[in-house]
Design a binder for this molecule. Structure first.
Ligand code: PLP
Length: 358
């Protein structure tokens, strides 16, 4: 089947097969990785290798730490302000979609917040323009959602924020395009799209910023605890980290981020071209300049037609094309592991469906 699920999402077949092979007897150790102590040399090495692989693929300069945490990307919505939103400071948020809004709401429970810009009034049709002067005085940080999974938009460029720490939720686009990530003080991503299975969240944080994090919150909530203990303070999601390790090696084999970016653009172009050439049969949900190559969203004339499209697509082998329940419409999520053939097949199906129903 062609898997367009939004997350948990398609994984490379080779990765699943490799994990299957290692499942019962991990690397000839006689037991499964699931049964192994996280204090064992094997797991420590796996952990370390995975951190280095990620840093190298992200092409970051020295001075960043990789943390493997639990709780999903949503937990980061709360941990970020817990660690960095001091009473005299203001947390800045750009609202570009429902995950951005959730991140903002969590911060608002904890301290002073400021909305730098919002496209909510426009139904999150795109990325609102904003500039460094729109930020509050005494900013603790600026939080952005680089790719808006539900709506299907993304920042074309990383915004300039001067010397205020920039934090990016990269859950639905990490390792999908070349970006100068050194502009960020911290990025984070739930693994379940471009990195591996649900269960592990990666946080990549600049060491010099980490030094400013609060030490007045419970230890388990502190980024510094994870950094000091090499993400082994408590029991980490070992198997999810292992799967992430395999996905990172697969990413390397594809030629890294540069090759994947080319591949991802070719894939999403196929679908956006069908949408744009359909004479309004398919209506893109996002302003063309802000469209995401990861999540391609569109509507059709009415919900009945959309339901028919989804039902027929399922019988033709396509999985996961219904839009998020909060926005409706259709969404094809074409993360790194989705092959070009899947997008080509979907483009053909869309053309055929339009011919038959237009
Ligand atoms: N942020 C973005 C951009 C997402 O796409 C998601 C999930 O899809 C989340 C945050 C929430 O992630 P989690 O379910 O891991 O908490």
């Amino acid at each position: 089947r062609y898997n367009f699920n939004p997350g948990p999402a398609a994984l490379p077949l080779g990765v699943l097969e490799e994990a299957q092979q290692q499942f019962v007897d991990y690397e000839g150790k006689g037991i499964s990785l699931l049964e192994m102590s996280h204090r064992s040399k094997t797991v420590e090495e796996l952990n370390h290798e995975t951190q280095l692989l990620l840093l190298s693929l992200l092409n970051l300069p020295k001075g960043y730490e990789v943390l493997f945490m639990g709780g999903g990307a949503s937990t980061q919505f709360a941990l970020l302000p817990m660690n960095f939103l001091r009473p005299q400071l203001t947390a800045n948020y750009a609202l570009t979609g429902s995950f951005a809004e959730k991140a903002y709401k969590e911060a608002a429970y904890l301290g002073r917040t400021h909305v730098v810009a919002s496209s909510k009034e426009q139904g999150y049709r795109g990325i609102p323009a904003w500039d460094a002067p729109d930020l509050s005085p005494n900013a603790a940080y600026v939080h952005i959602t680089m790719n808006n999974t539900i709506e299907g938009s993304r920042y074309a460029e990383i915004p300039e924020v001067g010397d205020i720490p920039l934090v990016g939720d990269m859950t639905s686009e990490i390792l999908s395009r070349k970006l100068d990530l050194a502009k960020f003080s911290m990025i984070y991503a739930g693994a379940q799209k471009n990195l591996g299975p649900a269960g592990v969240t990666v946080v990549v944080i600049r060491e010099s910023w980490l030094e400013q994090a609060s030490s007045e919150i419970p230890e388990i909530m502190r980024y510094s605890t994870f950094a000091k203990n090499n993400s082994l303070f408590n029991t980490p999601p070992v198997h999810a980290i292992y799967m992430t390790n395999l996905v990172l090696k697969w990413t390397q084999k594809q030629g890294g981020v540069e090759q994947l970016e080319r591949h991802n653009l070719a894939k999403s172009d196929l679908l956006y071209e069908v949408i744009d050439a359909s004479g309004g049969f398919y209506q893109g949900m996002i302003d063309a300049k802000d469209r995401s190559p990861m999540n391609i969203t569109w509507r059709m004339a009415n919900e009945e037609l959309e339901r028919r499209f989804i039902a027929e697509s399922e019988t033709h082998g396509f999985e996961g094309l219904a839009g998020h329940r909060s926005v409706g419409g259709l969404r094809a999520s074409a993360y790194n592991a989705v092959p070009l053939e899947a997008c080509r097949a979907l483009a053909e199906f869309m053309l055929d469906f339009a011919r038959r129903n237009g």
